[in-house]
Design a protein around this ligand. Structure first.
Ligand SMILES: Nc1nc2c(c(CN[C@H]3C=C[C@H](O)[C@@H]3O)cn2[C@@H]2O[C@H](COP(=O)(O)O)[C@@H](O)[C@H]2O)c(=O)[nH]1
Length: 339
């Protein structure tokens, strides 16, 4: 089988050949300047505590939580914004990705071992519909897909890795890329690839965010002290392109903008969908390079690392916390199991 172009190279290839999406160097520089003050303080240790639903520990249980969540970490957008899946937990109503996390924590509180491979390898569709039930009339999208992915992934984790994601991490000798490839080679639902201008390319969004979340939950220490974490790109979902478009670092053709504003769906693997995802990855690689240059010039040393993972987390949180400011800036609607 042809080996796919890895995410960073894939992003560069797509950006060079893109017709409807463009990375604007001026917009990139403006974003880097905007991000500079915050970037000086970014440290991997800070992230998981920022979000109340993230596991607190840095142990095997926390890693198995991250693994099952990132196995299901896709496609939460609602047909109509006003009718969304919501999960009520701890007195709060969660939507999108956070609804998934709230449902996992709600199940654990009810004694349902949803993070144990021995449970989800044979969990039934009924049980999955109950665990991920919405507290509104709108169910979580792709519930059937979430069910078979849990069964498939649980069986493989049991058969090949003793039922624990910690064993996968340990096999990778502190290499982020080795962990990314171990995941895509062993777990089919993580194989986020496409064909663009005749070339097989990989974005591996869920495999890369799984590596990033592993790094974050382990606070970059012990088994999670990945020497090559800066080789991980952003996770090409549907929120990052939206925030890059909002800041003007990414530009869309008039035709594509009109299509997205009409709410038209793009199929996973469509040329325009690949251009949006590939250019987003490349855009943030350029913002990171710009940030490093600005630090160089200013002589100021950032507290932690300046890499695409922390840039991604920051931009994703920004998009989450500035929904209203970003109203009118469309995200692309693709229904799939990869992001
Ligand atoms: N690029 C990127 N995409 C991310 C995340 C996250 C959450 N992760 C972090 C959060 C806390 C921890 O620090 C985790 O690391 C979810 N998503 C994607 O967004 C979409 C859901 O969006 P909405 O419908 O608005 O909830 C969906 O495709 C989902 O897969 C991220 O961080 N980066």
């Amino acid at each position: 089988m042809e080996f796919p172009l890895p995410p960073r190279e894939a992003a560069s290839f797509v950006t060079e050949n893109s017709r409807d999406v463009y990375v604007d160097p001026e917009g990139v520089r403006r974003m880097a300047e905007l991000l500079l003050p915050a970037a000086a303080a970014w440290r991997v240790e800070q992230w998981k505590s920022l979000h109340e639903l993230n596991p607190r520990g840095a142990d095997e249980a926390a890693l198995n939580w991250v693994f099952v969540v990132d196995t299901l970490n896709f496609s939460f957008w609602a047909e109509q914004e006003e009718h969304r899946c919501e999960v009520h937990y701890g007195g709060r109503a969660y939507t999108g990705y956070w609804a998934l996390c709230a449902a996992v924590n709600r199940a654990l509180d009810q004694g349902i071992p949803i993070t144990s491979a021995s449970y989800y390898a044979t969990v039934t569709l009924d049980q999955v519909q109950n665990i991920f039930r919405s507290d509104t009339a709108t169910p979580m999208p792709l519930i059937e897909e979430r069910h078979w992915i849990l069964n498939e992934t649980g069986k493989i984790l049991l058969d090949k890795f003793g039922g624990s994601f910690l064993n996968c991490v340990k096999k990778c000798e502190k290499s982020a890329l080795k962990l990314m490839y171990l995941v895509v080679e062993n777990f089919p639902s993580y194989r986020d690839v496409a064909v663009f201008k005749g070339k097989l390319i990989a974005f591996y969004k869920r495999a890369q965010i799984l590596v990033a979340d592993t790094w974050s939950v382990l606070e970059g220490k012990g088994d999670g002290c990945f020497w090559d974490i800066s080789s991980i790109t952003i996770f090409a979902d549907y929120r990052l392109p939206q925030v890059l478009l909002y800041f003007g670092a990414l530009k869309y053709s008039k035709e594509l903008l009109k299509k997205l504003l009409r709410g038209e769906m793009l199929l996973n693997g469509d040329r325009q969908e690949v251009e949006i995802r590939g250019c987003s990855i490349w855009c943030v690689e350029m913002i990171r390079d710009c940030l490093l240059e600005l630090f160089e010039k200013s002589g100021e040393k950032p507290q932690g690392e300046i890499n695409s993972v922390l840039l991604d987390f920051h931009l994703w949180d920004y998009a989450r916390n500035h929904r209203n400011d970003m109203r009118g800036i469309p995200f692309h609607r693709t229904r799939c199991i990869y992001y």
